[in-house]
Write a new protein. Structure first.
Length: 416
């Protein structure tokens, strides 16, 4: 742990600032993380502190991912892209070292998470302002990139969803809201998710609502509430079918998307993903053991697009749009599977320790990773790494406080 009280105070403030700035596209969060890292390392080296005694499966997953990414450069042809990719994954090392070095209090973590909600809300209000202007100009409600123009809709819908989850979890003693403001903000954030029109984000939101209803019903144990929920689900299904948007109706048309030797037509986003996944499958088949290497995955994917004349993929230089496929295609089964196993083990440990917030976060992340290579972009890396370690630290601090309270209680009883 850190010894210098000034560094501890500075790091506490930087953590809060990094979460406030997380929804923004500027480099504020990165600057905060680099500052915290160097301050922490300076103190650790000065006092010769062993910070690796607190290592856990999540931190091991991040360290291993970075190490394998580094190994993947060795057998890559395109080392320039490999090092660029490695640079974007520096968070996998920097943030774990920060959390291993600092003993952030439960209050500081809670405050930082609330600042994230504030940052997300600020971006949302800006987008609502532009949405009103769009509506007045085009006489239609903006959705997807026309609404979430500041942050990609898939990532932003996840930011909004987790802001809602955090509001429900951290609603006590909020410095920002009274009761009316609290419920109004929940509503505003929920509408924001719908307007992002992200398929993965909207489905994640629906799943979360269902989880809330089930949890509520299990507590109430009243038959009339079960009947009400059933009726609500039926009505919701009918309304959703009636108001079905093109982004969701395209799923139906893509379920039986046929294999083709050439893909030179116009395709919707779901069909584009299917074409990409089929190309990734070819790469995995050709290089099953160690994959393409860190630097060559995009080049190999582009070569597959050229073979099938998928011009959209060639022009946009797509990644795999599935993090699990991306891992196996890049590092093969030999290096890719251990990363996935350790990631799965970290979630298992979260379940075992009853860290429900951490588990819920990762379940929604996994769902989104099926459709986006979130660990290949800055927006995804910052969110996943910062939140995973912050929620682990939050839970560990809670358990530590509970253990101390129990020990104190036993001591008082023994004294009596």
């Amino acid at each position: 742990m850190l010894h210098n009280s000034s560094i501890i105070k500075i790091n506490d403030k930087l953590l809060a600032l990094s979460f406030l700035a997380l929804p923004f596209r500027y480099e504020i969060t990165s600057i905060c993380v680099f500052c915290m890292f160097f301050l922490s390392v300076f103190d650790v080296i000065k006092h010769k502190t062993n910070i690796f005694k607190k290592i856990n499966p999540t931190i091991l997953f991040l360290f291993l991912y970075f190490l394998i990414d580094l190994i993947g450069i060795v057998y890559s042809g395109n080392k320039s892209f490999g090092f660029k990719d490695l640079e974007s994954k520096m968070f996998f090392v920097l943030v774990p070292v920060i959390f291993l070095s600092n003993n952030f209090s439960r209050n500081i973590i809670s405050k930082s998470l609330k600042y994230f909600i504030l940052g997300t809300t600020i971006i949302l209000l800006i987008q609502y302002g532009f949405a009103i202007n769009y509506f007045l100009k085009h006489d239609s409600i903006p959705t997807y990139v026309n609404f979430s123009f500041y942050v990609h809709p898939t990532y932003y819908s996840l930011y909004l969803l987790f802001s809602i989850i955090l509001l429900l979890k951290l609603n006590n003693n909020s410095p920002f809201l009274n009761n009316c403001g609290y419920y109004f903000l929940l509503f505003v954030l929920s509408v924001g998710i719908i307007l992002t029109n992200s398929k993965a984000g909207t489905l994640s939101f629906i799943i979360f609502i269902i989880i809330l209803f089930i949890k509520f019903l299990l507590k109430q144990k009243k038959i009339y509430l079960i009947s009400a929920l059933s009726g609500l689900m039926i009505i919701s299904s009918l309304v959703f079918q009636k108001l079905e948007s093109s982004r969701f109706s395209e799923l139906k048309t893509s379920f039986h998307f046929p294999y083709q030797t050439e893909y030179n037509g116009v395709y919707n986003s779901t069909q584009i993903r299917i074409i990409i996944w089929r190309s990734v499958k070819e790469i995995m088949h050709n290089k099953p053991f160690f994959g393409t290497g860190t630097g060559d995955i995009k080049d190999e994917l582009k070569n597959e697009f050229i073979k099938i004349k998928f011009q959209n993929g060639i022009d946009n230089n797509y990644n795999c749009h599935n993090q699990f496929l991306q891992l196996i295609a890049t590092f093969g089964y030999v290096l890719g599977l251990p990363i996935l196993i350790i990631y799965g083990y970290s979630i298992y440990k979260g379940i075992k320790s009853k860290n429900l917030l951490f588990v819920l976060l990762n379940l929604f992340i996994i769902f989104n990773l099926l459709f986006e290579s979130m660990l290949e972009s800055k927006a995804g890396i910052e969110f996943i790494v910062m939140f995973s370690l912050c929620l682990l630290s939050y839970h560990t601090t809670k358990k530590s406080i509970q253990t101390k309270n129990i020990a104190k209680k036993h001591k008082n009883i023994a004294h009596i």
